[in-house]
Design a protein around this ligand. Structure first.
Ligand code: NAD
Length: 489
């Protein structure tokens, strides 16, 4: 483990502006905490509005250079970035585990998924096609896609690497330049990526990073007329704030916000297979995932058998420091995450839910200084309980019983959120009807996975708008220009 900590000495902790690593103006720093141990593992530069404005100017200066570079050369740099991420994946994964907590194997999976996203957009950028449309009187209408200019990207801590690559790859592919503000909990994954961008030969200023005072940096990005787009992944509350702040400068906005995914199990689904899919999805990143199954609807005819088998499976989930072998799930990110889960569980139990396993913070031995929580199953959950409507973002499985298809569709849609949804059945007619009726941006049918580089990712309702991944992911980073072309004058 000592060797892993030594990795940190090579990780940059400064701001990255115009191709240079620099301190915040006042020399201020903020601590990065290992959530498994409570230790301060690094001190990272704490920038603010002034540094953000400097980064915006650098991105503005780099825009004509990057956007006019030959597409093959730009694609080559993106491919090089992907190669370097893969080459350094083991170290990047350990750095992520130290600041974020997830098991190293999951961290490495995230790193590799990020590399895949960069590589996918290195290919897709050659296909940012326009159109020619026949116009009247011999005119030819050209429809072209152009980069927007400078993009402001704000990212969360739960996927501290892939949320960055997912935004930066399509932004760069379309010819934009970027100012990134990562989460204060996980800046080291972000600075490690910046070092890779630099090594891959990205021109100075094409991507800049400012860590620090979130409201000040957010305000600088949203109020700037140079920044033509804000792309944000995080909570619904902050997304709404940034959307409002962006109104004055009428910039494009993409928001990937909170979720409250229903996970529906019909009576014909194979119980053992579904339980292993549910447990894998729920305890991935300790439930701190916007697409995590959050409300588990089980047909009443299989409820008892399902709940019993689920509880035994959940009791097998191994919690621990993500650096240790054999750990399935790590700590939560912060103290307040524990408080939120405790409150949701206390409220549910008070209103009649049945705590089947877990339901408490883990504090013994190696758990003493971290933010660990016991994997939890709550049965008998109803719509009178907070957990039915609030995103949990933790290792809790609330089980809800339903009688028929119409009832469960209504229950699944009874939320302000609309990101991911899942259901399990072998009945084709039901598959067609339920997938049509779920008011969500993404539906997993007999599948617990919805995030792939080639498929559009995003939500509806209070889960936000805009799409990442897929060829649709490029559309959010381009302007459409119409040119009316007449060959004869
Ligand atoms: P958060 O909204 O607290 O923070 C996200 C980012 O916004 C961080 O970088 C933070 O520093 C920054 N921020 C906070 N206040 C700001 C302000 N006033 N101005 C500018 N920036 C500000 O969210 P979080 O706790 O980091 O992440 C968890 C949330 O993210 C959950 O709700 C989760 O569902 C959501 N999420 C959504 C997706 C998705 O794709 N839809 C993916 C991952 C996480």
């Amino acid at each position: 483990m000592q060797k892993t900590y030594e990795l940190l000495s090579d990780v940059p902790t400064q701001l990255f502006i115009n191709g240079h690593w620099v301190d915040a103006d006042g020399g201020e720093t903020e601590d990065v905490i290992n959530p498994a141990t409570g230790e301060v593992i690094a001190k990272v530069a704490k920038g603010g509005a002034v540094e953000a404005e400097r980064a915006i100017r650098a991105a503005q200066k780099a825009f004509p250079i990057w956007s006019s570079m030959d597409v093959d050369d730009r694609a080559g740099i993106l491919r090089k970035i992907a190669d370097l991420i893969i080459e350094k994946a083991d170290d990047l994964a350990k750095i992520m585990t130290l600041e974020q907590g997830k098991p190293v194997a999951q961290a490495k999976g995230e790193i590799l998924a990020g590399a895949e996203s960069v590589r996918w957009y290195a290919e897709e950028m050659r296909r940012i096609y326009g159109e020619t449309v026949p116009g009247p009187n011999g005119q030819i209408f050209l429809v072209q896609k152009e980069p927007l200019g400078v993009v402001g990207a704000i990212t969360p801590w739960n996927f501290p690497s892939s949320m960055i690559t997912r935004k930066i790859s399509p932004a760069l592919a379309a010819g934009n330049t970027v100012v990134l503000k990562p989460s204060p909990e996980t800046p080291l994954s972000a600075t490690s990526l910046m070092a890779i961008f630099q090594e891959a030969g990205l021109p100075d200023g094409a991507v800049n990073l400012v860590t620090g005072d979130a409201p000040a940096i957010g305000k600088a990005l949203t109020s700037s007329d140079v920044v033509r787009k804000i792309t944000f992944t995080g909570s619904t509350a902050v997304g709404k704030l940034l959307f409002g702040q962006s109104a004055e400068t009428l910039k494009k906005v993409s928001l990937e916000l909170g979720g409250h995914a229903p996970f529906i199990v019909f009576d014909d689904a194979p119980i053992d297979t579904v339980i292993s899919e549910l447990v894998a999805a729920k305890f991935r990143n300790n439930g701190q995932v916007c697409t995590s199954p959050n409300r588990i609807f089980i047909h009443h005819s299989i409820l008892n058998e399902f709940t019993e088998k689920l509880v035994s499976a959940v009791k097998q989930v191994k919690v621990g420091n993500g650096l240790m072998d054999g750990v399935d799930t790590g700590p939560l990110i912060r103290e307040d995450a524990i408080e939120k889960i405790d409150k949701q569980i206390a409220d549910a139990v008070e209103k009649g839910a049945n705590l089947k396993t877990g339901g408490k913070r883990l504090t013994d031995g190696a758990f003493a200084d971290g933010y660990f929580y016991a994997p939890t199953v709550l049965a008998g959950v109803t719509n009178k309980m907070r957990i039915y409507y609030e995103e949990t973002f933790g290792p809790v499985i609330p089980v809800i019983s339903f009688k028929d298809d119409d009832e469960v569709i209504a229950m699944a849609n009874d939320t302000v959120y609309g990101l991911a949804s899942y259901f399990y059945t072998g009945d084709l007619k039901r598959i067609a009807q339920v997938s049509r009726s779920l008011q969500y941006g993404m539906v997993g049918v007999n599948s617990n996975a919805v995030a792939y580089p080639q498929a559009p990712f995003g939500g509806v309702k209070h889960s936000g708008f805009g799409r990442e991944n897929g060829h649709q992911g490029i559309d959010d980073y381009v302007n459409i220009k119409f040119i009316n072309l007449k060959y004869n004058i």
